[in-house]
Design a protein around this ligand. Structure first.
Ligand code: ZN
Length: 283
């Protein structure tokens, strides 16, 4: 039986782009559909009934009609506009980064309710505390968790022994923390704690590691143990610690995002070419 022509969805708008004369191409992350691209007809006309409901970082209930290529939004009702987030520039820019990562990690036709929940909770937390570093760090770590990519934080990824306090190292490509015995490889760029991490992986062993302070490890474990950003304790990070955590999590997210984008590009290429033929990519 053919699927119904019209369906309803609850979705967060990740981004929009002009489409045709007055339409909007909307990238959504929907509860039951995963990532979804749809057309909102007339949404760029000031009088259009969809205006305002589909701007980025808005959570809406939608009615959609299935199209041959792209589905078409016929109705939209705003469920949460995240007004506090949008009225603060710092919070807004962090929110757009959240949307960019959901877009990067989310897949089409692949629902991920925990990822949607995480994004919505994080946007609310950012609206409550725009300057707080914890909500975005929480988001980055749990984005990895709901994608099945959470770094190992309790055992050495090499020897599997439980980590004792010591001079640990961390590697995104290696999947987490190395104990002092296994972390003999030198730092990639001689990078000190909290700086200069993003410029490359690849020691002699093929996975760049960087020093990981004990207090950063403790905060990572604390973030991983909480169910929602609202459960985070009232904890202020000093600047070196905040920088170290940002460097570690941003590099880890970027590492997986690059792989994800490459594999998506490869899959898209295969689907366009029907799976045959040589793949040529310029990198
Ligand atoms: Zn080890």
């Amino acid at each position: 039986m053919a699927p119904p022509r019209t369906y309803r969805a609850e979705a967060l708008t990740l981004k929009t782009a002009p489409f045709g004369e007055a339409d909007l191409l909307v990238t959504l992350f929907a509860r039951e559909e995963g990532k979804l691209r749809a057309v909102a007809k007339g949404a760029r006309r000031p009088t259009g009934k969809l205006v305002g409901h589909l701007e980025p970082l808005t959570f809406t209930r939608l009615s959609l009609n299935r199209g041959r290529n792209l589905d078409v939004v016929s109705q939209a009702q705003t469920l949460d506009n995240f007004t506090p987030l949008k009225s603060n520039l710092t919070a807004l820019s962090k929110g757009l980064y959240v949307a960019e990562l959901v877009d990067g990690f989310g897949s089409e036709a692949s629902p991920n309710e925990p990822l949607l929940r995480l994004a919505l909770d994080t946007l609310a937390a950012l609206g409550r505390a725009p300057e707080d570093d914890l909500p975005l760090l929480y988001f980055q770590l749990h984005l990895l968790a709901v994608s099945g990519l959470l770094p190992e934080l309790h055992c050495c990824v090499e020897c599997r022994r439980p980590l004792e306090p010591g001079r640990h190292r961390y590697s995104a490509a290696g999947g987490g923390v190395f104990c002092p015995d296994c972390a003999a490889a030198p730092a990639v760029n001689g990078a000190p704690d909290g700086a200069g991490y993003s410029s490359g992986y690849g020691t002699g062993t093929g996975i760049g590691t960087r020093p990981l302070s004990l207090r950063a490890l403790k905060v990572l474990r604390l973030l991983a143990s909480r169910r929602r950003p609202a459960d985070l304790p009232d904890l202020t990070l000093d600047e070196p610690l905040a920088l170290e955590l940002k460097a570690i999590l941003t590099a880890t997210v970027q590492y997986w995002l690059d792989r994800e984008i490459r594999s998506n590009a490869f899959l898209n290429h295969l689907s366009r070419t029907g799976g045959g033929g040589a793949v040529s990519r310029s990198e």
